[in-house]
Ligand binder design. Structure first.
Ligand code: PAP
Length: 331
């Protein structure tokens, strides 16, 4: 029997909007939702962070029912910070000895089918399916650290953050790709930028999200690794080697000689993944709302310059500077 991380296509054979009927809905869920403050763009405030309503149900179920295993690896991000890249790299690093690299499942499965989005699986009422996954499980989440079950402290967590200006553009462009007209472009680009400044972006405030994980990574560096998309772009091989060490599967001397880390980086690069047939066709995402290809838009740093006014960029930078003052973190 195969062990270790494996592709996990929970939606194989279909899946659509009707799948978000969650049969495990707590009886007082609607009452709770009705009491929560709402943002202008209709996100709800729960435990100091802003959530999409349909995903909050999954979050509450994770808090009530999910039992992390000490061998679990969590990949935590704010949406559009590079989770697809981090999932691909982590999965490939951890499975590199199960098959020759040229046959690694990352080349035949979408990265989101190799590493599941835990919050979405629970939101759909399929949380129990995670129980049958072999260890070590790799699980992606957007949940802030303080909202995860306390026992994740025993697990490994990799956090990836990104310049909020690039996140805003990425999110705006992503919404445009939705298969559902009422989801596509519900807000203007300026509204998206403003919600990052106000702290009401999904899973935000973006500064608190990053600060919580950063604090944990400073306190317990052996358990929590803190990464920045921009630094990963600059020195991918160096960071991939560090990531492998952190995950407990460092590249051996022989692998160093053979350039295995470099090959992992190449396989998981934006150009490589975007070019794969499996990532060009079909739909993805917990509610099958987005085409597989939507997760590979442009890749890279600084695309905000092509969309954002200098005034808006200054505004976002100013808010981040103020909120992160004294922390040593720059976003
Ligand atoms: P998610 O939150 O829906 O999972 P996520 O993968 O975090 O999305 O973010 C998508 C961004 O990562 C896209 O950025 P862009 O819109 O600025 O282009 C996407 O292009 C980028 N991305 C995807 N794969 C890679 C990769 N292999 N290397 C670098 N960037 C990538």
């Amino acid at each position: 029997m195969a062990t270790g991380p494996m592709p996990f296509k929970i939606l194989s054979g279909g899946g659509g909007e009707d799948d978000d009927i969650n049969l495990n809905r707590p009886h007082d869920y609607d009452e709770l939702i009705a009491t929560l403050p709402r943002s202008k763009l209709n996100f709800v405030l729960y435990q100091n962070f802003w959530w999409r309503e349909r995903l909050l149900l999954g979050v509450i179920q994770i808090q009530q029912r999910f039992r992390p295993r000490p061998t679990d690896v969590f990949l935590a991000t704010i949406p559009k910070s590079g989770s697809t890249w981090l999932r691909a790299l982590t999965f490939t690093i951890m499975t590199r000895n199960q098959t020759p690299l040229a046959q690694n499942p990352i080349l035949s499965h979408h990265p989101h089918d190799c590493v599941v989005f835990m919050d979405g699986i629970f939101a759909m009422g399929h949380g129990d399916k995670l129980e049958s996954m072999p260890s070590p499980r790799i699980l992606n989440t957007h949940m802030p650290y303080s909202t995860l079950p306390a026992s994740v402290a025993d697990c490994l967590i990799v956090y990836l953050c990104r310049d909020p200006k690039d996140i805003a553009v990425s999110m705006w462009k992503f919404l445009d790709k939705s298969q559902r007209p009422d989801v596509s472009k519900p807000f203007s680009f300026d509204e998206v930028c403003d919600m990052f400044c106000e702290g009401t972006s999904p899973y935000g405030p973006v500064w608190d999200h990053a600060l919580e994980y950063r604090r944990e990574s400073l306190r317990r560096p052996e358990n929590v690794m803190f990464l920045k998309y921009e630094e990963m772009m600059e020195k991918t091989v160096v960071i991939v080697k560090r990531l492998a060490e952190f995950l407990g599967c460092p590249f051996s001397e022989e692998e160093e000689k053979e350039g295995v880390a470099e090959e992992v980086v190449r396989i998981c690069s934006f150009e490589s993944l975007k070019g794969l047939e499996v990532n060009k066709v079909g739909n993805q995402g917990i509610f099958q709302l987005y085409p597989n290809s939507a997760y590979f838009r442009k890749g890279g740093v600084g695309d905000w310059k092509n969309y954002m006014s200098p005034e808006m960029a200054e505004k976002i930078d100013g808010v981040m500077k103020e909120k992160l003052q004294g922390s040593g973190l720059v976003l």
